[in-house]
Design a protein around this ligand. Structure first.
Ligand code: UDP
Length: 257
């Protein structure tokens, strides 16, 4: 299967995929012979990548970059004339889990608090009896303890690894530790998805999600995110400047397919 078309938003690549195409790509990567990362692209990350070279490198080297936020969908439409739908990371991860039962993936869940991690695993087992979860570990581990986590992942034989440490910590973790995990083929950074699975964080009600207002709901329910969401107006301004103000926008369609 060919790689999806890859466009460029303010220097950060994004793949032109919907959920079905993302799952096809995941399957091809699991059956491949080397590790690939799946990262979500949203306005906060695009802005942060401008000053964070590790995050930028992680984004540039990713195997699949999903248009996670409506801001990115809008920017792709405006700058690259591609009409995408959102592929939220919080939906792709459970979709990969659903596929894993018939496709023979071996899953490992790394991240979140011990309690949330265990509850997320239990919820996935409730939803998908027989789901091949071969291991899991909470995400509050210092550098000295990381060897134990790496060993647990390697011993489990997992080929699909979900990392829930928040951004940019999870991207930094992947850059550093993925080379130590020879059996892993797909590693998705999933942020707060285990908290959602565990029922600790609710996603926005469906009408708000349909109205593309999930970001607004999160702002109201998790005010500590306000600082991070301050990146949204900056992102919007830079996109508008790139589109209408003659500022240079790196070429789109860096990878065809
Ligand atoms: N987390 C972790 N270890 C850490 C820091 C954070 O496991 O050292 C977990 C935290 O418990 C939560 C997730 O990482 O489950 C971060 O969620 P958040 O919603 O902040 O991530 P985002 O999707 O916004 O990047």
């Amino acid at each position: 299967m060919s790689s999806p078309k890859r466009v460029n938003i303010l220097g950060v690549p994004v793949d032109c995929v919907d959920m079905a195409r993302s799952l096809e790509r995941v399957d091809a990567m699991v059956r491949g012979d080397r590790a690939h990362t799946i990262l979500a692209v949203n306005p906060e990350k695009v802005i942060q990548a401008q000053t964070d070279p590790i995050l930028r490198r992680a984004l540039e080297g990713a195997g699949l970059l999903i248009p996670d936020g409506i801001g990115v969908v809008w920017a792709v439409r405006l700058l690259c004339k591609e009409h995408l739908a959102r592929v939220p990371g919080a939906e792709l991860m459970p979709a990969i889990c659903a596929e894993s039962v018939t496709r023979g993936y071996r899953l490992f869940l790394f991240g979140a608090s011990e309690e949330v991690n265990v509850q997320a695993v239990a919820e996935l087992r409730r939803r998908h009896p027989g789901i091949p979860i071969v291991g899991h570990h909470h995400g509050y581990v210092d550098e000295a303890g990381m060897g134990t986590v790496i060993e647990a992942i390697n011993r489990s034989g997992a080929n699909v690894l979900f990392v829930a440490l928040g951004s940019p910590k999870q991207e930094q973790w992947m850059e550093k530790h993925l080379p130590q995990l020879p059996a892993v083929r797909v590693c998705q950074g999933v942020g707060g998805t285990f908290d959602v699975l565990a029922g600790r964080v609710r996603r926005a009600p469906l009408p708000l999600r349909r109205a593309n207002l999930e970001w607004f709901y999160r702002l109201l329910t998790e005010p500590r995110r306000a600082l991070r969401q301050a990146a949204i107006p900056r992102f919007a301004w830079q996109v508008l400047r790139a589109r209408f103000g003659g500022a240079s926008q790196p070429a789109s369609g860096a990878r065809g397919g």
